[in-house]
Design a protein around this ligand. Sequence first.
Ligand code: GSH
Length: 253
Amino acid sequence: MALKYYHAEPAANSLKSMIPLMEKNLEFESVYVDLHKFEQHSEWFVKLNPEGQVPVLDHDGAVITHTTVINEYLEDVFPEIPLRPYDPVGKARMRYWNKFVDEQVMNYVSMHGWHRMVGVLARGIESGEFDKLVERIPLPDQRKKWRTARSGFSEADLANATDKITYACRKIDDHLADNPWLAGEMYTTADINFYSHCGMMVDRMFPELEVASNFPRLVDWCERVHARPAVQKALAMPNHTNPALRTFTGEAR
Ligand SMILES: N[C@@H](CCC(=O)N[C@@H](CS)C(=O)NCC(=O)O)C(=O)O
């Protein structure tokens, strides 16, 4: 049984499937993919994942992509330490919150991260070389996103993204009034999802939300996720991001 996990820094999607691997005490080979060098669009990587994105899980040659799919796969194959409820209602709750984070949160936090971090990286590249790099990107939407990051996202799009994040924080803070975890009584992949995409850095990325005073239950939940040994282990994976840009990646909170 051999597991290989191709990933970037311990934040967002790369962290989201790394935490379950750690929670389940699974041995895996870690393969670092350097997004700063556009390795995700290189020939060898696109052969592995034709969409040119991290993370990727290779289990004995079966290649699995997309974090929510990877995390369900890990539950199916390695159920001994579960991160998914056994009962259908619990499963449905967990999947509801995963869907909410995937559709209503991830891209909006990502837009702010790209605006502040990838934009700096993209503007540092001379335009002829940048065009060549963009041509290699397999997904049309990602090609557009790289170009937009270089020129800068519009104020309206950024404001809309902040609204979505504020709504998500409110919704989750309210939900936590009656539930210790997102899916109810059990810590699940839904908690890992929101933590990786938003919870771990929302206070630093969006100081204007005044998270500590406006969303105290969210802060308490974040601290509970953050304190888990598996989460600490995942956050300690190498981080090659330029320290000046690190506010948005997995640095100590
Ligand atoms: N839906 C995918 C999204 C993967 C994704 O957006 N990965 C980002 C890193 S967090 C990436 O590879 N970005 C680099 C690029 O698209 O060029 C998943 O859940 O795995």
